[in-house]
Design a protein around this ligand. Structure first.
Ligand code: ADP
Ligand code: GLC
Length: 486
């Protein structure tokens, strides 16, 4: 049983800005079921500190700079069956809301310190500051935890630990880049600031720290694992990723069906499943009323639950909004982010109030009601490392309409005539990232809507898909075992 420390900045259900939280929240139980012994390390954000029980102090963490204090606590968090370590540093983490940015969405100026300390705390645990439990493997998620790999490499060089590291890329586009002037705050040996280290075009890159120093690298779908090795999606790191290709694994994320299943979801108007989907019609009516849309079972309802960022391909939806409306569709969009996208959807909703609804902000309950009430979920992302919303769409019988990229292409089967006949179609997939290709997929969705029996068949196939965490957890456990036996 490999003792593995999971390090992440977000954790569903306590703190979430996107899919990282869902993964960090679901993976520990799946790893335990697959035979590992996981524990977690998370920053002491208010939502985490408030939920922590049975708290005890493990050790102070020395800061690489002069002011402030930090300590490692161990305790329990609701919903997690294993002890959790919390990096308590009120000066750095006791800030409300988003873990990375202030209320105006400006990244905190001391993010390099905040997340360097997270990596440092992971290294202290790997060195054995908790006499009761020392990880053999530290599994760091995304750039926020990337420095764990660099700190552990440094402590290994000083023979203070033998722990190995796994670094998972959830999104290569967010890299944690900071001015080189901040390097002295990171607590790392000077030799780490090098091309063969975490230097990236004259800056410090936390993402590169993970990619360079980790013993194994994973990312969240097989297709994304190949895409990031080419310049188009390599974000300047494709050369390094090609160099490390033998240590890079694409492991598809799973779905926590304890949370994302219409058969036992308390947030939705009626429960249903693949054998009896009749409750879905009630969920649709309820969603239409809740959002002020015309209550009409015959209008195909398209749902979007998304961060409003360039990644998500929403300009395609805006460009073809007239097609969606003129063909008789409705749209509900929940999300926040880019001010121009927010304004464009607000404007569209104001022009077509009975056909388009938009809600801003994070609303977990409404997200569930959108998956349950929609006929289609739109995920036309320009790039998508894995994507969870299309998987939730499948589970709730909201057929995903997706761009064939990253995890989207790995999980949705287009409604071609062959796949329709074979009963394997689960959604609508378009290849080129153009409004035209998106429009054609939209037309396929309307064509299928016109054949309700076929639609119901595809919906059943979609709902029967299973992307449980067990397969992914088994792969991670194999990787841990391979590393810890070295
Ligand atoms: P990403 O991590 O790139 O944002 P994913 O598809 O992996 O994309 O995960 C998105 C997660 O965030 C899903 O759980 C989705 O339901 C949720 N989500 C996104 N926007 C919102 C929102 N405005 N309100 C509630 N949940 C949201
Ligand atoms: C990132 C990616 C998304 C992925 C999620 C969880 O936020 O953008 O595609 O599903 O991480 O791995």
């Amino acid at each position: 049983m490999t003792r593995v420390l999971q390090v992440s900045a977000e954790l569903y259900p306590l703190l979430k800005t996107g899919g990282l939280a869902d993964v960090a929240g679901a993976l520990p139980a799946a790893l335990a079921a697959a035979g590992a012994e996981p524990r977690l390390l998370v920053p002491g954000f208010p939502a985490i500190r408030d939920a922590l029980t049975q708290e005890c102090a493990v050790a102070p963490v020395a800061l690489p700079w002069s002011e402030g204090r930090a300590a490692l606590l161990r305790g329990r968090l609701p919903g997690f069956d294993m002890p959790v370590y919390v990096l308590d540093a009120p000066g750095l983490f006791d800030r409300p809301g988003n873990p990375y940015a202030d209320a105006g969405d400006i990244a905190y100026a001391d993010n390099h310190r905040r997340f360097a300390l997270l990596g440092l705390a992971a290294a202290r645990l790997a060195e054995g500051v908790d006499p009761a439990w020392r990880p053999e493997v530290v599994h760091a998620h995304d750039w926020h935890a990337g420095l764990a790999c660099a700190h552990i490499a440094a402590s290994r060089a000083r023979r203070r630990t033998e722990a190995r590291t796994v670094f998972t890329v959830h999104n290569l586009a967010y890299q944690g880049l900071f001015s080189a002037d901040h390097f002295c705050d990171l607590g790392l040996p000077a030799t780490h600031y090098a091309v063969e280290g975490l230097e990236f075009y004259g800056q410090v890159s936390f993402m590169k720290a993970g990619l360079h120093f980790a013993d194994a690298i994973t990312t969240v779908s097989p297709s994304y694992a190949s895409e990031i090795q080419a310049p188009d999606q390599g974000c300047g790191l494709d050369g390094l990723l090609r160099h490390r290709a033998s240590a890079l694994h694409g492991i598809l994320n799973g779905v926590d069906y304890g949370v994302w299943s219409p058969a036992h979801d308390d947030a939705i108007a009626a429960r249903y499943d693949a054998d009896d989907a009749s409750g879905k019609a009630r969920c649709k009516t309820a969603l239409q009323s809740e959002c002020g849309l015309a209550v009409n079972p015959d209008a195909p309802l398209f749902g979007i639950v998304s961060r409003l960022t360039e990644q998500k391909g929403l300009p395609l939806v805006l460009e073809a909004l007239t097609d969606l409306i003129e063909s008789g569709g409705q749209l509900v969009i929940l999300g926040s982010g880019d001010a121009r996208l927010e304004a464009a959807f607000a404007d569209a909703a104001a022009r077509h109030p009975s056909r388009i609804a938009r809600r801003i902000g994070m609303d977990e309950g409404l997200a569930h009601r959108i998956y349950a009430g929609s006929d289609v979920v739109l995920v036309p992302s320009r790039f998508e490392p894995c994507g969870l919303t299309q998987l939730y769409g499948l589970s709730y019988g909201a057929l995903p309409l997706v761009h064939r990229v990253g995890g989207l292409g790995d999980t949705v089967v287009d409604t071609t005539l062959e796949d329709l006949a074979a009963g394997t179609a689960t959604g609508f997939v378009f290849n080129a990232f153009t409004a035209d290709a998106y429009r054609r997929a939209l037309r396929r969705a309307f064509a299928l809507w016109g054949r309700q029996t076929c639609w119901a068949g595809v919906r059943t196939a979609a709902m029967r898909q299973r992307f449980g965490w067990d397969a992914a957890a088994r792969r991670y456990v194999e990787i841990y075992a391979g590393l810890s036996s070295h």
